[in-house]
Design a protein. Structure first.
Length: 308
């Protein structure tokens, strides 16, 4: 048990703990009651909103926000969605039923797992969704293309290194809680409840050699990127030119930037990062189209430059 879980040793304290961490939403949630709460399962177990969990109590995400979170992550049939701390299973089931994705719910409470399996059978999605009894800090979820969470700020931060190490382009959606200095790429509120989206950025910090090919021949350059999470800036050395890059934008494995060469020609670069290589197309201001390849020089540097 973590220090945090030790703080929520009784259901009453759990609710207060939750309320303290979620001043905007927890109290209204509990006061309004839970219309979305799960029914009893075959063994007569009836979940109770605010019941103790391992590291955080159970409070279900409302259906409207579940839908919005899955829309924000643009979940589709090719996705594998993992809900960390899946409660009654509603997010994983909605991903399978409404978005045709494969899904996995990881939940510590075995009775909630049984309830989720029953709900999946009722929804007719047992071929797409499964539930595992386990600890979110021990389970391997690296194969997910989308991760959903409704945890606590400290738990999000504890998971952050693992989330940042996932495949670039993996989407993470969190109900209510953020990820410290890793700012979200998008946010959206439904009935005053916020959902946040992050796209795992490719690691691009460091030096790269660049070769561009176009109608006027081949150009060699050296690129240097600085990175803090998805925020990237860069400089280029091309012959005796040493200049900043414009419009640098990283979204998952997609990296776009603009460079002005020694002759004052502005060129847009639109590439995909594949490990130690970036490949893509160029478009010059005069309309000339070309291609480019960049190769990393030196080791992969960390994305997470700020420790919260
Ligand atoms: C706030 S509820 C969210 C449930 C669901 N994801 C949703 O949004 O409706 C958090 C859930 O995480 C579970 N949980 C707490 N600590 C956990 C852990 N270490 N591993 C797995 N599940 C955990 C709790 O039992 C609870 O069901």
């Amino acid at each position: 048990m973590t220090d945090h879980s030790e703080q929520i040793s009784t259901p009453r304290r759990s609710v207060l703990q939750w309320a303290a961490a979620a001043p905007l939403l927890a109290l209204p949630t509990l006061a309004r009651g839970q219309t979305n709460a799960a029914p009893a399962n075959a063994d007569g177990f009836k979940p109770r909103v605010g019941q103790e969990g391992k590291d955080v109590i159970w409070v279900p995400t409302p259906d409207t926000l579940v839908e919005r979170m899955l829309q924000m992550a643009m979940v589709g049939p090719n996705d594998f969605v993992v809900d960390l701390g899946s409660g009654d299973g509603k997010i994983a089931i909605a991903a399978a039923r409404d978005f045709k994705a494969r899904a996995l719910g990881v939940e510590f409470n075995p009775q909630m797992v049984a309830l989720s399996r029953q709900a999946a059978a009722q929804a007719g999605v047992t071929d797409k969704v499964r539930f595992e009894e386990g600890d979110i800090f021990k389970v391997d979820f690296t194969q997910a293309s989308v991760v959903t969470m409704y945890l606590l700020p400290a738990l999000n931060l504890k998971l952050r290194p693992q989330l940042l190490a996932m495949r670039p382009g993996t989407r993470i959606v969190s109900h209510q809680f953020t990820m410290g200095s890793w700012e979200p790429d998008d946010s959206s509120s439904v009935e005053d409840r916020p959902g946040y989206l992050w796209i795992v950025p490719a690691p691009v910090a460091g030096t790269w050699t660049l070769t561009s090919r176009g109608p006027d021949g081949e150009t060699e350059a050296r690129l240097a990127f600085s990175q803090s999470f998805q925020k990237v800036s860069g400089r280029v050395r091309m012959g005796d030119l040493n200049a900043g890059m414009r419009m640098v934008r990283l979204a998952g494995d997609r990296l776009d930037f603009e460079l002005m060469d020694q002759r004052g020609q502005l060129r847009m670069y639109d590439g995909r990062v594949r490990g130690d290589r970036i490949e893509g197309r160029t478009l010059a201001a005069n309309g000339a189209v070309g291609s480019f390849v960049a190769n990393r020089v030196g080791p992969v540097l960390p994305i997470e430059t700020v420790r919260d």
